[in-house]
Design a protein around this ligand. Structure first.
Ligand code: UD1
Length: 417
């Protein structure tokens, strides 16, 4: 099993390119199932979750063409299997995103229930509720969701909780449903907006993406298109934290300032010296950051996917801070690992109280989930001595060549097994 070994204490310096967004690319890849013509996606990140999605689509009969850059062409003309098996779904919950498109185009789908997940229960009841409202017949059995329909029909759906992939699944299904669908209490995340733009380019009629109310008017069929995936705001945030924590001088290119605003604002509040240009973010940090408190909540509020990284920042910042996690009930697993590095953190329910320490000390730690792994890398970058992070396959799910990118900025980091 691969490990990362980091020698902390080096200020990051240089320029890196932010990759395409994982959470925007994955639903768009599923959107290819809606059309008989090829969908070309550009700026797709090279990640394990993307590879898993390609395997899933490939085994359904989607023809996949990759080029050396970051483009993927998906041709779903000859789909021959309408099943997403457990082996693939269990490694990546986003596989649930094939459900809406398969049902809408073929009237049938069988998708494994994603099951438990390290960061919390993560049910899919909202996906099911929404698709049922559109006229799908859905039964659960032997660990699978089996859905059939004689033709989806538009409906008004109010989501009980704000769900990103739930909104995406429903929006995709509604594009081919008869009549109008209104999704109320929809997720407003930029990735939902990017998916809507891609679908509109394919011929879908969607209004309101980015607001709480999305209106989809069904069309008979969608066509192919070529679409460039937005840049990854969580990768952007992670590198911004890395640069500021290490007191570095770093330029991020291909970053999107608008979608990363809440992250940037929090960093500025913490005392980060940041400059923003068009798709460029520059950090030139020469003083210690102040601890900052925040609560995670759906967009436009602070993203749960940046909580662990900001916790790492707070462990070495000046002062005390309080972080409230409101999206996933078990998303503090990095805390005990950060403590092994000398962090002073107390947990009370869904609140973490952090008191900044002047220095972290290197240790052996274990990655437990994707963003928790990122927080350990950040802590390792500033810890005294050599930190070894085990089980970094989590990191490979969502960060493109992270050790190479950090290495290019001067970090002393290497992968071993
Ligand atoms: C997506 C992101 C993930 C991010 C999360 C929250 C992708 C591929 N993943 O995950 O990186 O951390 O949004 O921003 O885009 N819920 C229900 N019932 C449902 C669905 C969700 O109760 O049917 C609850 C969840 O348990 C959670 C909350 O709603 O408490 C938000 O989850 P959701 O937005 O659905 O997360 P994902 O779409 O799985």
């Amino acid at each position: 099993m691969d490990k990362l070994v980091l020698s902390g204490g080096k200020k990051l310096n240089g320029e890196i390119r932010i990759s395409g967004s994982k959470n925007a690319a994955l639903p768009m890849m599923c959107a290819a199932l809606l059309a008989k013509r090829p969908l070309e996606l550009k700026n797709v990140p090279h990640l394990r979750d993307v590879t898993t999605m390609l395997s899933l689509l490939g085994q359904m009969g989607v023809e996949v063409t990759l080029d050396e850059q970051s483009s993927v062409v998906l041709d779903a003309l000859n789909v021959n299997t309408l099943v997403a098996p457990y082996d693939l779904v269990k490694t990546m919950r986003a596989s649930i995103l094939v459900l809406g498109p398969l049902l809408a185009r073929f009237g049938e789908a069988k998708v494994s229930l994603p099951g438990g997940c390290a960061i919390g229960q993560r049910p899919v009841d909202q996906h099911i509720k929404g698709l049922r409202a559109l006229g799908a017949r859905i039964v659960m059995g032997r660990g699978y969701i089996k859905a059939t329909t004689k033709g989806l029909k538009g409906a008004n759906v109010t989501m009980d909780v704000v769900s990103v992939t739930g909104t995406e699944n429903l929006m995709m299904a509604a594009t081919l449903a008869e009549g109008q669908t209104i999704i109320d209490n929809a997720a407003r995340e930029p990735e939902v907006v990017d998916l809507a733009r891609c679908l509109i380019n394919m011929g879908a009629q969607i209004k309101g993406a980015g607001t709480k109310k999305i209106i989809v008017r069904g069309v008979n069929e969608l066509s192919g298109t070529s679409y460039t995936v937005m840049s990854d705001r969580i990768e952007t945030g992670t590198f911004l934290v890395a640069a500021t924590m290490t007191g570095g001088k770093v330029r991020l290119i291909n970053a999107n300032v608008n979608t990363s605003k809440v992250i940037i604002d929090k960093l500025i509040q913490a005392g980060a010296n940041l400059e923003m240009g068009n798709e460029v973010l520059s950090v030139n940090q020469n003083r210690r950051l102040n601890a900052i408190s925040f609560c995670t909540a759906p967009f436009p509020n602070f993203p749960t996917d940046m909580q662990a990284q900001f916790m790492a920042l707070n462990t070495v910042a000046t002062g005390k801070s309080c972080i409230e996690e409101n999206i996933f009930e078990n998303r503090f697993m990095h805390v005990q690992e950060l403590r092994r590095l000398g962090a002073n953190i107390t947990i009370k329910g869904n609140v973490a109280l952090i008191e900044g320490v002047p220095k972290l000390e290197a240790a052996k730690v274990m990655a437990t989930d994707l963003r928790a792994s990122a927080s350990l890398v950040l802590a390792g970058l500033v810890a005294d001595g050599e930190t070894t992070i085990d089980r970094i396959y989590h990191l490979d799910r969502g960060y493109e060549r992270i050790e190479e990118k950090l290495g290019n900025l001067g970090a002393r980091i290497k992968r071993t097994n």
